[in-house]
Design a protein around this ligand. Sequence first.
Ligand code: SF4
Ligand code: SF4
Length: 388
Amino acid sequence: MTHFSGHFSGHSDGHPAGHPGPGAAGPGSAGYGHHADGMPSSSELRLVAWETTRNCNLSCVHCRASATCGPYTGELDTQASFRLLDQIAEVGRPIVILTGGEPLLREDIFEITRYGTRLGLRMVMAPNGTLVTPEVATGMKESGIQRISVSIDGVTAEQHDRFRGVDGAFAGAMNGIDAAKQAGLEFQINTTITRLNRDQIPDILTFAEEIGAVALHIFLLVPTGRGKYIIDQAISAQEYEDTLNWFYDRKKQTPLQLKATCAPHYYRILRQRARGEGEKVTFQTHGLDAVTRGCLGGTGFCFVSHRGVVQPCGFLDLDCGNVTQSSFADIWRDSEIFNKLRNADNYDGKCGICQYRKVCGGCRARAYEATGDYLAEEPLCSYDPRQG
Ligand code: SF4
Ligand code: SF4
């Protein structure tokens, strides 16, 4: 699929679909509660990405779900969807990212949105943009969608479409953004960074500012789903490091919310840089970045698949329970996998001895893809905790 989500045009292509995406760090985000040391409580649910359907009208090269047009069967029906939202609301008042596939292919998507809105959940959506007509944008707004995320991976149609592997993806995303703007709907841009577009990130930031986005979330490619086939496009640990340092510098200069999503070592770099500049990292100096952590999978965030399987994130394909058999609240509280992820002392390799493990934690999905063990060390980090 094309779009943005995860967090890309919203879906499985990686962002919102798979991880912390739209509005993840926005002011007013639900559920921040902190321990005395300023870090978030280890199991406070702040974000749920729900793959409302796996059906999609696009077929992007790096799609997490490897989604095609479908049809995929077994998705939660309307009543089961309401039950899921009820159970999520039992745990807290997180942001709920309606993702896919393409969430707008569900006929009951606005009914679902209204239901969640009534429960006090902050409902956001990750469409790919191609189906967001002015009428649809108005329907989103009226049903309570607070923000949409759209994936833009290059600032020209040629670059973006090549990245997505879908002709017309850029035009579709831009049409959707125009319709959202007319309806008064906030939108954010999600960008997946690879070798192909790493050099264009400054242009993408300028572009996002110019078109009126409220946020730019960058995602580092996680090689799962269709992304596996373009693993050679993944940037190296050093390029990753350089990109996140650039990001740290730019954050101070743009009015946009800039968020490095699923780039856990940003939170290590932030502390290293602040220390080098003689600054203490507090909410006053660094805002929400000071009180959140890198990988939220299983600690503040989870993913619910179209069939109701709860996972730490869309890129970490581990079955922690199914909401058609157990209550979401029980899964969230009692899953052994979630509980292991919540204690950074369980991590292995250099992540296990790293002084930044509680603020970073490494990407558990990349560790899992590389080794088969989700507690193993993050393969794409150049930091050596033994040398400090
Ligand atoms: S494991 Fe964590 S950092 Fe990696 S993709 Fe999932 S939520 Fe993001
Ligand atoms: S070693 Fe692991 S915990 Fe430490 S900064 Fe790197 S990825 Fe993060």
